[in-house]
Write a protein that binds this ligand. Structure first.
Ligand code: ATP
Ligand code: MG
Length: 420
C-alpha cells in the first residue's frame, strides 16, 4: 500500500453502495425545486480569487484560511476552487444580465472546497445545494425559502431539524452595534481568547459565534444587536415571523446567529439537528441585499440558503431512509452459442420495453450463472439454453417469490414479466 496513490485527504469517493441514497436525494431535490419554480444555474468550479475575497469578506474563516487558491502558471492569474456557491451565482447573474428579465429564482448544486480539518460532517470537498432568489426584497421571499426547507425535510424523511432565525439589521445599524460591541469586549481584553482578540477590531460580530465557554460567559452580558436595529429591519423581521407562525413553522430566535460570510444582512437562519454531533447545521442562509452591487452589479436585493448534502445524507441514514436501489429487474442467463446469440436480442428487446436487464458475461455453468442472478438482486432470471434458442423462447424464473418458472416467446416476454 505504501506505493499506491490515495485520494486527497478530506476528499471522499462516493461508492456505489452509497450512491443510491444520493440518487434519491437528487431526484427529490429536482422535483421539489421545480414545484417552487426554481431553475438550475451551473457555474464553473474555479473562479477568480478576487470574487470570493470581495464577496465573502477578507476577515472570515473561509478567506483567511480555507481557500484552495493557486496561480495558473500559464497566465499568472490567481484562481480559487469555489468554497461556496452564492458568489459565483451572483457573478453569473450580473455577467449575463439575468435580472433584466425580472426577479430570478435559481438553484445550483455541486462540490465545494474548503481546507478545513477533516472530521465527521466536515470535509475538504463537500457538496452543497444552494437556492437563491434575486431581485425580491420582502420578507415574503425569506418565508418562501424557509417554507421550502420545511417541506424538503418532510420529503427526505428527516423530521428532527429545528429552525433558528435572527436578523442582522442593515449595514448602518450593524455599524452602530459593532462599535458598542467593541467597547464592551475591550473591557475584557485580557480574558479574550486568541481568535476573539484577532477579530476584535476586524470582525467583532464573529466573536458572538464563539464556541469557547469562557467567551460565551463574557458574551452573556454583551449588548444585543436587536436594540440597535433600524425600524425597517425590525418590521421585516416581524413580518417574517408572522408568516412563519401563520404557516405553522416552528422557530427559535437565536440572536447569536452570525453567519460565517460577511455579505448577509437582515434575515439569517439555520436548520440544526442534534443527531449529528458537533456538525449539526445542515442548512444555512439569509438575505444579502448588498452583495450584487458589491461585486459590480446594479443594486438589487437577494436572499438564499445552502445546504450541506453530506450532513443531510448522514441524517437520512440516522432515520433509516432508503435510497434508490440500483438492482436489475432481470438477470439474463444463457449458455451455448445459439443461446448467447439470442440472448443479445432478448436483452435489448426487454430494455426497449423499459426493463433493467443485466446480461451475464463471462460464461460458466447454468448453476454458476444462477448464483450470480440471485446475488444481483434481480426479481427474475431469464434463462436461455439451446432448446429455448431453437424455439425462440425464454424461460422466466421468479427469484424472489414462490411462483412457477414459465416459458414465453420474445413477443410475450415483456407482458408476462409485468404480470407475474
Ligand atoms: P460551519 O459553521 O459548520 O463551518 P459554515 O457557516 O462554514 O458552517 P456555510 O458556509 O453556511 O457553512 O455552508 C452551508 C452548509 O454547508 C453548512 O451548514 C454545512 O451543512 C455545509 N458545510 C459547510 N462546510 C462544510 C464542510 N467543510 N464539510 C461538509 N459540509 C460543510
Ligand atoms: Mg465553516
Amino acid at each position: 500500500m505504501s506505493n499506491s496513490i490515495r485520494a486527497v485527504r478530506g476528499m471522499n469517493d462516493i461508492l456505489p453502495d452509497e450512491t443510491g441514497l444520493w440518487a434519491f436525494f437528487e431526484d427529490t431535490i429536482r422535483q421539489w425545486l421545480s414545484a417552487y419554480g426554481y431553475r438550475n444555474l451551473r457555474t464553473p468550479i474555479v473562479e477568480q480569487t478576487d470574487l470570493f475575497v470581495r464577496s465573502i469578506g477578507a476577515v472570515t474563516d473561509i478567506v483567511e484560511k480555507e481557500m484552495y487558491t493557486f496561480i495558473d502558471h500559464l497566465n499568472g492569474e490567481s484562481l480559487t476552487l469555489r468554497p461556496e456557491g452564492t458568489a459565483a451565482c451572483v457573478r453569473a447573474v450580473i455577467e449575463h444580465n439575468l435580472l433584466y428579465a425580472g426577479p430570478q429564482r435559481l438553484y445550483y448544486s455541486g462540490p465545494m472546497f474548503r481546507h478545513e480539518r477533516p472530521q465527521k460532517g466536515r470535509y475538504r470537498q463537500f457538496h452543497q445545494v444552494g437556492v437563491e432568489a434575486l431581485g425580491l426584497a420582502g420578507p415574503d421571499i425569506d418565508a418562501e425559502l424557509i417554507l421550502m426547507c420545511a417541506r424538503l425535510w418532510r420529503l427526505l424523511g428527516i423530521p428532527d431539524v429545528r429552525l433558528e432565525i435572527s436578523t442582522l439589521g442593515s449595514v448602518e445599524s450593524r455599524t452602530v452595534y459593532r462599535s458598542r460591541l467593541i467597547n464592551y469586549l475591550e473591557k475584557f481584553a485580557d480574558e479574550l481568547d486568541e481568535d476573539a482578540r484577532r477579530r476584535l477590531h476586524s470582525n467583532p460580530l464573529r466573536i458572538l459565534d464563539s464556541k469557547n465557554p469562557a467567551m460565551r460567559e463574557i458574551l452573556e452580558g454583551a449588548p444585543r444587536l436587536l436594540d440597535d436595529l433600524d425600524e425597517d429591519s425590525l418590521k421585516h423581521f416581524e413580518s417574517l415571523q408572522q408568516i412563519l407562525r401563520n404557516q405553522g413553522i416552528n422557530f427559535e430566535i437565536n440572536l447569536r446567529l452570525v453567519r460565517g460570510l460577511d455579505y448577509y444582512n437582515r434575515t439569517v437562519f439555520e436548520w440544526v439537528t442534534d443527531k449529528l454531533g458537533a456538525q449539526g447545521t445542515i442548512c444555512a442562509g439569509g438575505r444579502y441585499d448588498g452583495l450584487i452591487a458589491q461585486i459590480g452589479g446594479k443594486p438589487a436585493p437577494a436572499c438564499g440558503f445552502a445546504m450541506g448534502v453530506e450532513r443531510i445524507l448522514a441524517l437520512m441514514l440516522e432515520n433509516q431512509v432508503e435510497g434508490v436501489a440500483a438492482v436489475p429487474d432481470v438477470y439474463l442467463v444463457h449458455q451455448g452459442e445459439a443461446a448467447t446469440e439470442f440472448a443479445w436480442k432478448v436483452a435489448e428487446t426487454l430494455r426497449d420495453e423499459g426493463f433493467k436487464v443485466m446480461q451475464h458475461c463471462g460464461g460458466g455453468s447454468f448453476k454458476a450463472q444462477m448464483k450470480k442472478a440471485d446475488a444481483s438482486g434481480a426479481r427474475f432470471a431469464a434463462i436461455i439454453g439451446d432448446d429455448e434458442a431453437l424455439a425462440g423462447e425464454i424461460s422466466i424464473k421468479p427469484l424472489r417469490e414462490a411462483a412457477e418458472q414459465v416459458k414465453a416467446d420474445l413477443a410475450e416476454a415483456a407482458a408476462l414479466l409485468r404480470n407475474v
